[in-house]
Design a protein around this ligand. Structure first.
Ligand code: B16
Ligand code: MG
Length: 219
C-alpha cells in the first residue's frame, strides 16, 4: 500500500516550461538557429546541456562550439531563465495541486521532488511549498537523466520507502518510463505522458486527489 509520492516539478506542480522555452528561444535566435514549437516541446524534461545540444543539432551547428563556449551559452540561458522566474507566486501552482499537497500532509504521506531542474529549490520557495517535501534530489549528483530510473530511485530513498509503496507523478513520457523502471507506480499527467503507458493517468492536474488515486483513475 502507498505511503509516499515522488513529484516531477515542471508540468506537474507548476508550468515553468513557458519560461524555459522563452529563454531557449532567445538564445536560439541569437546564434541563428530557427525556432519551432516542435523543438520547444522536445526540450521538456531534458537537462540543460542536453537541451543546448538539441538546439545546436536542429540548426546543424552540433560541431561549431567548444565545451567552454557551450558552458557560456547554458549559463546565459540560465541567467535569463532565473530572471523570468522571479515573478512566480503561489498562484502559479497548477490546478488541484495545493489541495493534493495538503491531503498528502494530513493523510500522513510523505513527498519528495525528482526534477531535472537545478532551480527547483528556488521555484519551490517562490511557490511557498518547500516544507511540503521531505527533500529534493540534487540533479548535480545524477549520472543519467530521465528515462533512466536514477532520479526517481533517489527520490524514493529520500522517503525511506520501498518502490512498491510509492506513486511517481510525471507529465513527460521519459519521466513515466523512469518511474516505471524505478519500480514505482506511475501517475501520468496529460497526453505526452500517456504514450509511455503509466499505470494511472489523468488529463490534467485538476483531477488528482487521494480519492481518485484510490479509485484507479483510468479515464
Ligand atoms: P534547469 P522537470 C526540467 O524540469 C525542465 O522540464 C527542462 O526544460 C529543463 O531543461 C530541466 O528541468 C533543467 O532545468 O535548467 O533549471 O536546471 O520537468 O524535470 O521538473
Ligand atoms: Mg515535467
Amino acid at each position: 500500500n502507498i505511503k509516499g509520492f515522488t513529484f516531477d516539478l515542471d508540468g506537474v506542480i507548476t508550468d515553468t516550461a513557458k519560461f524555459h522555452e522563452q529563454a531557449w528561444h532567445d538564445l536560439a535566435m541569437q546564434i541563428g538557429v530557427n525556432w519551432s514549437d516542435e523543438l520547444g516541446s522536445q526540450l521538456k524534461g531534458i537537462s540543460r546541456m542536453d537541451s543546448l545540444n538539441m538546439i545546436l543539432s536542429a540548426g546543424g551547428q552540433q560541431d561549431k562550439y567548444s565545451d567552454d563556449e557551450k558552458q557560456a551559452f547554458t549559463a546565459q540561458k540560465n541567467a535569463h531563465y532565473v530572471e523570468l522566474i522571479q515573478g512566480i507566486t503561489p498562484d502559479d501552482i497548477l490546478p488541484g495541486m495545493t489541495a493534493f499537497l495538503s491531503e498528502i500532509k494530513s493523510g500522513g504521506y510523505v513527498a519528495s521532488i525528482a526534477s531535472a531542474s537545478k532551480n527547483a529549490p528556488k521555484i519551490l520557495e517562490k511557490l511557498g511549498i518547500t516544507d511540503d517535501f521531505v527533500g529534493i534530489v540534487d540533479p548535480a549528483t545524477l549520472s543519467h537523466g530521465k528515462p533512466d530510473p536514477e532520479i526517481f530511485t533517489k527520490a524514493g530513498n529520500i522517503l525511506k520507502l520501498n518502490p512498491s509503496q510509492i506513486i511517481g507523478l510525471e507529465d513527460a513520457s521519459a519521466g513515466v518510463e523512469a518511474i516505471k523502471a524505478a519500480g514505482q507506480t506511475a501517475l501520468g499527467i496529460g497526453l505526452a505522458a500517456k504514450s509511455a503507458s503509466p499505470q494511472l493517468w489523468v488529463a490534467s492536474t485538476a483531477e488528482i486527489s487521494l480519492a481518485n488515486i484510490a479509485a484507479g483513475m483510468q479515464s
